[in-house]
Design a protein around this ligand. Structure first.
Ligand code: SF4
Length: 125
């Protein structure tokens, strides 16, 4: 197998360092640039790229029609389009508390979808 060189921008912190990765397929040979956390990011990015996802779902009986949600851990990048489609079909009822589980163990990843904020139930007029 031939050695490949790739450049990645580390998104672990706001510095956004450029990392140079030498690898053979998914096997990382060396990473230059950035810090130890960045090197971990580069290895993860080659083998199993993940991203934190923030989105929203519909909510009934609350002051707003949409509830902001987020993933409990970085989500497999390849499954994000499927996740966003799934979230479009979700509707919850108010009240909701901050960090309440909205969807559990999405697609068997062990990652939950959590409410980013609380949303009270509006009292009937
Ligand atoms: S390599 Fe280290 S310092 Fe650079 S962006 Fe990544 S975490 Fe931040």
């Amino acid at each position: 197998m031939t050695t490949q060189k790739d450049k990645l921008i580390c998104v672990t912190c706001p510095k956004g360092c450029t990392l140079e990765v030498d690898h053979e397929g998914n096997t990382v040979l060396s990473v230059t640039g950035g810090c130890k956390r960045g090197h971990e990011y580069a290895r993860q990015e080659l083998v199993d790229p993940r991203r934190k996802v923030a989105s929203s779902v519909r909510i009934k009986g609350a002051i707003h029609p949409l509830l902001p949600v987020y993933t409990s851990a970085p989500f497999p990048k390849g499954l994000i389009p499927k996740l966003l489609i799934q979230l479009r079909s979700v509707e919850v009822n108010a009240p909701v508390t901050t960090n309440q589980v909205i969807l559990q163990d999405v697609f068997g990843t062990g990652i939950d979808i959590l409410a980013s904020r609380e949303m009270q139930k509006i009292s009937p007029a």
